[in-house]
Every structure is written in structure tokens, then in C-alpha cells.
Design a protein around this ligand. Structure first.
Ligand code: SF4
Length: 214
């Protein structure tokens, strides 16, 4: 039987309550100390682990201290500095281009809304939502691979399209939980609902999950 929106929302609320119990300290694992640093870290995190990004950024942020420093950097030198994060040439262009626009169009301030964030080179909804949630406390959801996989397994979407999943999740999860939800799902995806080998017998969501094999 197809689950209606009210039932789905009720199940979504129960899932969040369970996740809060299991991952009370779930938070963004990227290290940053100001808005442009989280923007740079999030660009670097594409196709790369947060752990690797956190190994690279302390030196990077020491060398490039401001949006201006990134904006007027030598892009080839910047690519070498971020080499170990992969896709270094493309990421260097994005980081430089985004910071140049922040400096020249937005008076050196990282935009605080989706529309303007999406004008920055290399910034898509995932990066924009990360900045909005982390820096500006704007209710937002980052749809990464864990969110795509686990929201499908939980039967809360049937889509693989991150934007569609974001809209569907915003419709059923309470706004106050949006920012935390992503971090809790990422922790769950790393610890229990692991790609290709979900540990359903150890999962506290198994009673709420139609894919449970427990
Ligand atoms: S019950 Fe299994 S498939 Fe469902 S969330 Fe838990 S680990 Fe993932």
C-alpha cells in the first residue's frame, strides 16, 4: 500500500528521534573558522573524504587567509597546494573563481542566500546548502551520497536526483531538524547503513525501514 504524506512525515519524525539518540553529537566534520573557509572546504570535499580535506586545509588557510588571497592567487600554485584532494585543477579554478566573485561582486562577504551562492563558480546546491546551514543557520539539507542511498532505503524517496530528494525531504521532515539530519545520516551511513553492506541486524531504524533485512 502506498504510504501517504502524513504517514511518511510521522515515520520521518520517528526516524529523526532515533537518530538523535544514536548520534547526539553529529555535526559537520569539515574544519573551518569562517564562512569562506567552509566554502573552500566544501568545494574540496567533492569526490574526496572530509578527513583528507581536513589534512590539507590547516596549511592552506595559513597560506591563503582571506577571500582576497584566494581570489588573486596563482591558480597553478593553488592547484599544487590542493593536489591531494583530487580534481585539483578544476577545484583550484572553482575556489579562485568563487572567491573572486565574493570579493568583486559581494563586497568580500560570502552570500547568505541560495540564489546568490549559486552564482559562484563551482558552487551547486550541495555546497550552498552546506554554507547556509553551517554558517548562517538557515534550515537546509545537504544531499550527499549517504543521503541519496539511505533516503531510498528508508523508502522516503524513490529518486536518485539530489534536488528532488531535497525537496521531498523538506516536505516531510520538520524544518528544525534539516541541518542535523544530514550529519546524522552521514554518521549512520559510515557506521551502520554502509553502502553495499548495511548492518540491518544492528540498526536502530530497522523497525522503521522497509528495506530492513533484520
Ligand atoms: S534497516 Fe538496514 S537498510 Fe534500513 S537504515 Fe538500517 S541498515 Fe539501512
Amino acid at each position: 500500500m502506498k504510504e501517504d504524506k502524513a504517514r511518511k512525515a510521522k515515520r520521518a519524525a520517528a526516524i529523526v528521534e532515533q537518530l538523535k539518540k544514536i548520534y547526539p553529537r553529529a555535526r559537520c566534520s569539515l574544519k573551518y573558522s569562517n564562512p569562506h573557509e567552509i566554502l573552500v572546504s566544501t568545494i574540496l570535499s567533492a569526490q574526496c573524504t572530509d578527513r583528507r580535506v581536513n589534512q590539507v586545509t590547516p596549511e592552506l588557510f595559513k597560506k591563503y587567509k582571506t577571500p582576497e588571497a584566494f581570489a588573486y592567487a596563482d591558480v597553478n600554485e593553488l592547484a599544487v597546494d590542493i593536489h591531494s584532494c583530487g580534481y585539483h585543477n578544476q577545484k583550484a579554478k572553482s575556489i579562485q573563481g568563487a572567491n573572486l566573485m565574493i570579493v568583486e561582486e559581494y563586497h568580500g562577504v560570502v552570500p547568505d542566500n541560495m540564489e546568490n551562492l549559486l552564482t559562484l563558480p563551482g558552487v551547486g546546491r550541495k555546497t550552498a546548502n552546506c554554507v547556509l546551514g553551517e554558517v548562517y543557520d538557515v534550515p537546509s539539507m545537504v544531499i550527499d551520497t549517504h543521503m541519496v542511498r539511505i533516503m531510498n532505503l528508508l523508502g522516503l524517496t524513490t529518486s536518485k536526483d539530489p534536488k528532488k530528494i531535497e525537496m521531498e525531504c523538506m516536505d516531510i521532515f520538520d524544518k528544525k531538524d534539516w541541518i542535523r539530519l544530514t550529519h546524522m545520516i552521514i554518521d549512520h551511513g559510515r557506521a551502520v547503513c554502509i553502502a553495499r553492506r548495511p548492518q540491518c541486524s544492528m540498526c536502530s531504524l530497522s523497525d522503521l525501514c522497509p528495506s530492513s533485512m533484520a
